[in-house]
Ligand binder design. Structure first.
Ligand code: NAP
Length: 290
């Protein structure tokens, strides 16, 4: 790494960011392509966000990834939003273009690309999404434009209904989206003829990795099962999906693909996906060894 006065600085801001895989993933990609960029992590508390953005402007920081708890609150400090970020009301990537801060969201496209990369393009398919939180919102807005049918199931029904209504309002009546409560009867019925199941809840995430949001009996080999939880890499849901012969896609894949789109926004260069994946896996192994 040859850092100079011309090196472009990118960073992830969030709280916590100590265990973020993004520095390892992005620096590996910059180095692989010999790009004069460097990527660091800044822990920014919710009450420090405004000052942090003033700092980004003052220091000329070139790009940001934005994670919890700032994805929505950062919007008011930016100069411009791209169309998708505007629609969803959430930002996970910022480009500093000659002093103008432009916000993007790459979570939805990251999930879409992760599915496509695994050979499970959701275009024209029936997709069942569990969860109606921040990640689900980005994923559902993106997939609603591709899927034949999108079913959102959430523990708190009102949140799923509100998300489905919002998608219809913004994308128009052409999209086929329904909301249901996340209970076994609904899951069993909807999964019978579904093509893709996405877990966008936090169920199954460490330390609660003994849990799964879906009974094994409801899974079949005709499904692609995508769990956006990436800690552990193979959740109980993915393990059981694999055991019935379903295709599986893990949350690391989404993390890499959303990071790849951010990388392309900053550099204008196609991201080296496999280099990024290897770097993430190396970092995970290193963290496990600690
Ligand atoms: P969030 O906004 O807090 O939403 C959490 C969702 O999980 C809500 O729908 C919530 O339902 C549901 N949930 C939580 N506990 C549950 C339980 N015991 N039973 C049923 N449903 C439950 O969180 P988020 O930001 O969307 O993140 C969700 C997960 O995605 C996290 O594990 C996060 O690490 C992961 N993630 C991964 C990526 C990636 O790149 N792979 C990106 C973003 C997030 P209620 O509405 O009923 O509370």
């Amino acid at each position: 790494m040859n850092v100079s006065g011309k090196t472009r600085v990118c960073a992830v801001i969030g709280d916590p960011v100590e265990h973020s895989l993004s520095p390892a993933i992005q620096n590996a990609a910059f180095q692989h392509l010999n790009l004069d960029y460097i990527y660091v992590a800044f822990n920014v508390r919710a009450d420090q966000l405004k000052d942090a953005i003033t700092g980004v402007r003052g220091l000329g920081i070139y790009g940001l990834n934005v994670t919890m708890p700032h994805k929505i609150s950062i919007v008011k400090y930016l100069d411009e939003l791209d169309e998708t970020a505007e629609r969803i009301g959430s930002v996970n990537t910022v480009l500093n273009k000659n002093g103008r801060l432009i916000g993007y969201t790459t979570d939805g496209i990251g999930a879409l690309n992760a599915l496509k990369y695994a050979g499970s393009d959701p275009s024209g398919k029936k997709v069942v999404v569990l969860g109606a939180g921040g990640a689900s919102r980005s994923i559902c807005f993106t997939l609603a434009e591709h899927a034949r049918e999108l079913i959102i199931l959430n523990r708190t029904l009102e949140k799923a209904v509100s998300l489905a209504n919002n998608i219809r309002e913004v994308l128009g009546g052409g999209v086929n989206v329904r909301a249901l409560r996340l209970i076994d009867g609904n899951l069993r019925r909807e999964l019978k003829d579904a093509d893709i199941l996405i877990n966008a809840t936090s169920v199954g995430m460490k330390p609660n990795d003994a849990y799964t949001p879906v009974k094994r009996d409801f899974l079949s080999r005709n499904l692609t099962v995508f769990d956006i939880v990436y800690d552990p890499l193979e959740t109980r849901l993915l393990r059981e999906a694999r055991s019935v012969g379903a295709k599986t896609v893990n949350g690391l894949s989404m993390l890499i693909h959303q990071g790849a789109v951010s990388f392309e926004i900053w550099t204008g260069v196609k991201a080296p996906i496999e280099v990024m994946r290897e770097a993430a896996l190396r970092k995970i192994r290193e963290n496990e060894g600690k």
